[in-house]
Design a protein around this ligand. Structure first.
Ligand code: SF4
Length: 312
């Protein structure tokens, strides 16, 4: 979207939430230790880039109950961000792996615990496309209300079959297609995770993947470059010289291209990776998230991410 004046503005999820609710809404990340059918155990196997935290906080392995995780998440949500409501985000591993009862009980427990602090205005569920069973679609559908957002977050990563194999995803593109068909006409929203910089991918693969997903009902995207975490198969490949991460400039250019060409069709839920410290082996530039965002916005000609949207 290019407003008068020529600067490009993209749709940022936090801005849209504030506009919709009229106050800051904070996501609370949760880990139920659900595991994933692509892993041998919580601490071994899985996609080439995935460590024992399963893409989440690692809270389950640290022995934190859901209630503890909520109390910790609320500290920064209320203290630092001054949030007045929250969205429960079942982030780690594949949240819908296991029995419906286990998952539904976790959602209900977390809701009760979170309501002691602030109203719960949404639910976001992260999982694999091949774990979106009919019961998941039915359950999420039953939760949608005008004042309650429901998002299904799919780990897709790429729509290139060779890329899916390289990442050791353990599913093909048909599984993604079938999942999106099952969700067609559902009232909840779909967000997909995409990775840039998979070895052997086309120069414009991120754009191709985004377009493929947007054409099939996805309305939110999360981006990050392929990065190396400690104790993952990718660490071995990196150390023996079989994987080279993208430069910050290449990453910024790929993400900016997607936003520039397709930005009006989706909300950006994540524009840069959020990992730092000992866990991160490479590339170290991702630790400077503000610089990465500035690099992307510079290419887009944005003057600000915090676009003024009228409060409804
Ligand atoms: S599907 Fe998700 S949780 Fe499972 S191994 Fe891959 S990245 Fe990790």
């Amino acid at each position: 979207m290019r407003p008068k004046g020529g600067d490009l503005i993209y749709r940022k999820w936090s801005t849209e939430l504030r506009a919709g609710f009229g106050f800051r809404v904070q996501k609370i990340c949760l880990d139920t230790g659900s595991g994933c059918p692509n892993r041998e155990s919580l601490t071994s196997g899985g996609c080439v880039f995935c460590d024992s935290s399963g893409g989440g906080t690692g809270a389950w392995l640290r022995g934190e109950s859901l209630e503890d995780q909520i109390a910790r998440g609320m500290k920064s949500a209320l203290g630092h961000y001054k949030a007045k409501a929250c969205i429960l985000y079942f982030q780690s591993y594949s949240a819908t792996y296991g029995s419906p009862d286990r998952f539904i009980e976790a959602v209900e427990r977390a809701t009760v615990a979170a309501r002691r602090f602030v109203p719960v205005v949404g639910l976001s569920v992260g999982t694999r496309p091949d774990l979106v069973h009919p019961w998941v679609v039915d359950y999420l559908t039953s939760l949608v209300r005008p004042d309650f957002q429901v998002w299904l977050e799919l780990g897709v990563q790429t729509t290139d079959e060779k890329g899916l194999l390289w990442l050791r995803r353990g599913h093909d593109l048909k599984a993604v297609e079938d999942c999106l068909e099952r969700c067609q006409d559902s009232p909840f929203s779909l967000c997909a995770h995409l990775i840039a910089g998979i070895p052997g991918e086309r120069e414009d693969q991120l754009l191709r993947s985004a377009r493929w997903l947007l054409d099939r009902g996805v309305s939110g995207l999360k981006f990050h470059p392929l990065y190396v975490l400690k104790d993952t198969p990718l660490e071995g490949l990196y150390r023996q010289g079989d994987f080279e991460p993208l430069s910050m400039e290449d990453y910024a250019s790929k993400v900016a291209k997607v936003i520039d060409l397709e930005g009006s069709r989706f909300v950006v839920q994540r524009i840069a990776a959020d990992v730092r410290g000992e866990r991160l082996i490479a590339p170290k530039w991702i630790e400077d998230k503000n610089r990465v965002i500035a690099e992307i916005e510079g290419r887009l000609g944005c003057h600000s991410m915090e676009v003024k949207v009228p409060v409804s």
